[in-house]
Design a protein around this ligand. Structure first.
Ligand SMILES: *Cc1c(COP(=O)(O)O)cnc(C)c1O
Length: 361
């Protein structure tokens, strides 16, 4: 079996894989409701969030469904969102706003660029009517961990504008300051830093924020957060959930708790990523961003001279490792390595050995 160094789906631990084999359930029976309730509580507990102030809403779909639910479900009909882009996923937030006809302005940056706070301040000053700012926490396009502290500070200064955060590739491994950042909602998924399987995603919503949403003005039937929250709070679900992926997520959350939470996972990812960064340095393979600018989850690197992405990918695949290409315009120049999943130090050391063989030959 190959070691997946792509940013999700991830290599499963044996206990998560086994959880998929638990008994069949009807989604209208108490056993399922108990499972859903446990997951909803566990998700809040990852960041010690109070259930009086916060609620998690569990959806069946990949991470993008949670992004779409967050944008459509937390921006009111007359709201207006500023989307900050510096990669594929920020641009995806804009696409969602376009498709649903949500009033929006865009603060665009080239992929991988740091947020320009002067321009952000200008937008916040000029657009006094903004109801939200939407942004990606860890921009998986390049591995940049966006500095939300700075954004939140400015949003606070200009009218206390709440944030909508795509934390799909950071939830469970990077710090998220829900209260301090004035978060209205946050979208994430089971199969990235939480180490579950693809098929379940979720949004964490601020209760005050969702209470302002009208139950009759839904923009979408399937992803309607107001409807989901009402059903899940009263022990139900509007639609059939993916039972087996729920089992896996529940087990994955227990596993995270057993290892003492996201801080430990962050530490583990850095141990693995430092093996990669150091090994690559010896091979003269340069990181796209400094360690300080990068997430612990994924880093991007310039392709070594004289080898195409395809050739590198195929040789590593033959050796048992799946790496990940750069997206869009970066496909010819970058490749990406992720540490998510049940990856051991030895796996990463062997990966570096394989890299050495390929690059030096
Ligand atoms: C993976 C990812 C998504 C969602 O992708 P899906 O393929 O829908 O799971 C969204 N945002 C970020 C930052 C991601 O890394």
């Amino acid at each position: 079996m190959a070691i997946l160094l792509n940013p999700g789906p991830v290599v499963l631990s044996e206990r998560v894989r086994q959880a998929l084999l638990k008994p069949d359930l009807c989604h209208r029976e108490q056993e399922f409701i108990d499972l859903q309730n446990k997951i909803r509580t566990d998700l809040l507990n990852v960041y010690q969030l109070s259930p009086d102030q916060w609620a998690s809403i569990v959806l069946t779909g990949s991470g993008t469904s949670a992004m779409e639910a967050m944008m459509t479900g937390l921006i009111p009909a007359h709201g207006k969102v500023l989307v900050i882009e510096n990669g594929v996923y920020g641009e995806r937030l804009t696409k969602i706003a376009q498709i649903y006809d949500i009033d929006h302005v865009v603060l665009h940056h080239e992929w991988g660029e740091e947020f320009d706070l002067t321009r952000l301040e200008g937008e916040l000053q000029y657009h006094k009517e903004l109801s939200h700012v939407a942004l990606v926490h860890h921009e998986t396009t390049t591995g940049r961990l966006n500095n939300i502290n700075n954004v939140a500070e400015l949003c606070n200064k200009y009218g206390n504008v709440p944030l909508l955060i795509d934390a799909v590739s950071s939830f469970g491994a990077e710090e998220i300051k829900f209260d301090e950042w004035n978060v209205a909602g946050c979208a994430a998924t089971a199969n990235k830093c939480l180490h579950g399987v693809p098929g379940t995603s979720f949004t964490i919503v601020n209760r005050n924020a969702i209470e302002q949403m009208s139950a009759t003005a839904a923009r979408t039937l399937y992803l309607d957060l107001v409807n989901y929250l009402k059903a899940q709070e009263s022990g139900g679900t509007p639609f059939t959930q993916s039972i087996q992926t729920f089992y896996a997520l529940s087990e994955a959350l227990d596993e995270l708790d057993d290892m003492d939470g996201w801080q430990q996972r962050q530490k583990q990812y850095w141990t693995l990523m430092d093996i990669v960064r150091k090994g690559f340095e010896e091979l003269n393979i340069k990181p796209r961003l400094t360690r300080e600018e990068s997430s612990c989850v994924l880093n991007s690197f310039h392709l070594p001279d004289g080898i195409s992405y395809q050739e590198l990918h195929d040789k590593l695949k033959a050796a048992g490792y799946i790496i990940y290409a750069g997206q869009g315009g970066l496909i010819k120049s970058l490749f990406r390595i992720s540490c998510m999943g049940d990856i051991k130090q030895g796996d990463m050391e062997r990966f570096i050995d394989e890299m050495k063989k390929i690059v030096k030959s």
